[in-house]
Design a protein around this ligand. Sequence first.
Ligand SMILES: CC(C)(COP(=O)(O)OP(=O)(O)OC[C@H]1O[C@@H](n2cnc3c(N)ncnc32)[C@H](O)[C@@H]1OP(=O)(O)O)[C@@H](O)C(=O)NCCC(=O)NCCS
Length: 144
Amino acid sequence: MRACFVALQDFEHALDPAAPCGDAIADAYLDRMFSRCTTWAGRVFVAEVDGAVAGFVCVWGRVPPQEPDEPQADYAYVSDLVVLARWRRRGLGRALLQRAEAYARALGMGAIGIGVMAENREALALYDADGYRPVHVELRKTLA
Ligand SMILES: CC(C)(COP(=O)(O)OP(=O)(O)OC[C@H]1O[C@@H](n2cnc3c(N)ncnc32)[C@H](O)[C@@H]1OP(=O)(O)O)[C@@H](O)C(=O)NCCC(=O)NCCS
């Protein structure tokens, strides 16, 4: 799982070099991810190929609204989804996402969210094909 997280973060680092590399933050990040699983009924589902972890999804099952101006209902949130490069395009990413959704439905959640970098075309294609629509767009301007 750690190797999968490092691959995910390094992928995002390649899209945004200001983001840290995976190995530098993996332990702290995964500690925080599991701690939020405890707080928000989270689960991690792994995809295995030949007995080894090929990818994982982490879904926080019941997240309360974080801000007063948000919709005031608990929701599920996919914090991380990754498939190792050599196992991509075989349906594992979609299967993991659908497993996270099934878990959220079983908890009675009415909506599930996910964050994605604007340049991450592969992930955006998956989310769009599976019915996810943009709700909030975050912009950044580089200052000289
Ligand atoms: C995004 C990711 C999890 C997809 O995993 P995957 O196992 O390759 O996905 P699947 O094989 O289940 O493909 C599902 C759909 O994703 C889209 N997709 C995946 N890879 C794609 C690519 N290279 N180009 C275009 N569309 C792509 C397609 O819509 C595909 O459906 P289709 O095969 O019916 O056309 C994987 O590419 C990954 O780990 N990327 C790096 C980490 C990352 O970006 N994680 C998401 C962070 S928000």
